[in-house]
Design a protein around this ligand. Sequence first.
Ligand code: CP3
Length: 349
Amino acid sequence: MAAMSSEPRAAAPFLVACRRGTPAHTPVWFMRQAGRSLPEYRALRADVGMLESCRRPDLVTEITLQPVRRHGVDAAILFSDIVVPVAAAGVDLDIVPGTGPVVAAPVRAAADLDRLRPLAAGDVDFVAEAVRLLVAELGDTPLIGFAGAPFTLASYLVEGGPSRHHARTKALMYGDPALWHALCGRLAQITGEFLRVQVEAGVAAVQLFDSWTGALSEADYRRFVLPHSREVLAGLAAAGVPRIHFGVGTAHLLPAMAEAGADVVGVDWRTPLDAAAAALPADVAVQGNLDPCLLFAPWPVIEAEVRRILAEGARAAGHVFNLGHGVLPETDPDVLTRVVALVHALSGR
Ligand code: CP3
């Protein structure tokens, strides 16, 4: 049986689309599909902190499976957070409900780098264990592993928490490029190791989240960010799993993000998928891009948008349907279930 199980998994629509083949239907999953939009998630998390829940393989497994069972999505995404490996590498931080990651002592000077030691596989044993449990439970549904890219992680470490303009991050980047590159070099090691652990434990694809990199010009992205993201993604090339690279507000960065080493580039709702595909190399697939706010619109409006996105995505080398950013906590989960069914019905071959 073990020998047979790899075959249906390779034919999973999600993996076929990532590899620019012709899937049985357009695959769909949602960023932040696990989380507060689901009452069963809120019940499980009632007495457990976010970071603690990420460190418990039993909870990670259950929370990751919840949206797969409920919505019938084509892929699961590991329940974790981009700051989990940074915390495992020694940084004192917490994930504050309604705010996001908050770092006790932000990185502002060379001496602060000492608090960021290299990540060893043993620091994130709980993640490997959760991935193994999930791969056994998921059967033919692929599991996506993920990590935060160096720029987005650096923005939390330098600002000390979420920020709108990333002013301190940019001040460090422009003011002390040597320290900036040293910081991002360390983050690339942490992220690379975190992804390697997930791939070795059995994830079928990875997504590198560089959520806030759209705040940079293309020239600055190429100089300050691309080399570090490329180091992370190149380190995974030999593993043979599809690599998805995503950011918000990145219309001007799409070709550079592909150059960083992506097989699939995630696109937010601001850029039509056919325009994204035209800007990207012909051998790169696209993922996206329904505006998460559209899920609060009347159903006929949602349906029209899903049709438009499928038509635009059909002009790309491969299309994985998703939102343009994560599910908002107030979203009605029944609407997500209907979107999955609609994508499958409209795109079935
Ligand atoms: O379903 C999935 O997509 C997997 C789970 C996942 C989480 N975080 C769980 C989470 C993923 C992929 C992430 C990645 C992540 N975390 C990113 C990149 C993706 C993006 O949204 O751009 C970023 C920037 C973070 C940092 C972070 N962690 C933020 C901004 C927040 C939200 C703060 C809030 O409370 O609104 C978190 C916390 C977090 N991560 C939650 C979840 C389910 C909410 C925690 C809770 O339930 O209280």
